[in-house]
Design a protein around this ligand. Sequence first.
Ligand code: CMP
Length: 131
Amino acid sequence: MLKPDALENGYMGKIIDMIIEAGFEIKAMKYTRLSTEQAKKFYEVHAERPFYGDLVEYMTSGPIVAAILEKENAVADFRALIGATDPAEAAEGTIRKAYAESKGRNAVHGSDSDENAEIEGKFHFSGNEIY
Ligand code: CMP
């Protein structure tokens, strides 16, 4: 996902370009806005964390771009491309180093395993939206 801060700050095109340049193939893509129910569900693994309420509020504060990306070793390579959760700790050349504001408003989300990528892909897209 490209998160609300990235879109608010006008970085949609630049981030998508970095993703394509890094060799990811876009299998599905959608410009949308999460409802509170959807954001709560998407981040339910973090429900007990102190930042959960702020996370849900922020993720529903504006539109997002959801995408399914394909590449050899996609999960690890995408996490390397986006950089550390906190942009202050993100390496040079990563999306979060270039475009994230803070640990909370950190521009992008990437799935942390193949299993979660499958779940999160199905969360955003139905079969005829994936190519
Ligand atoms: P993401 O990769 O989308 O997965 C969970 C999100 O929770 C994470 O990115 C951050 O945006 C957010 N998050 C993690 N830790 C914190 C924190 N300490 N404070 C605020 N938000 C956080």
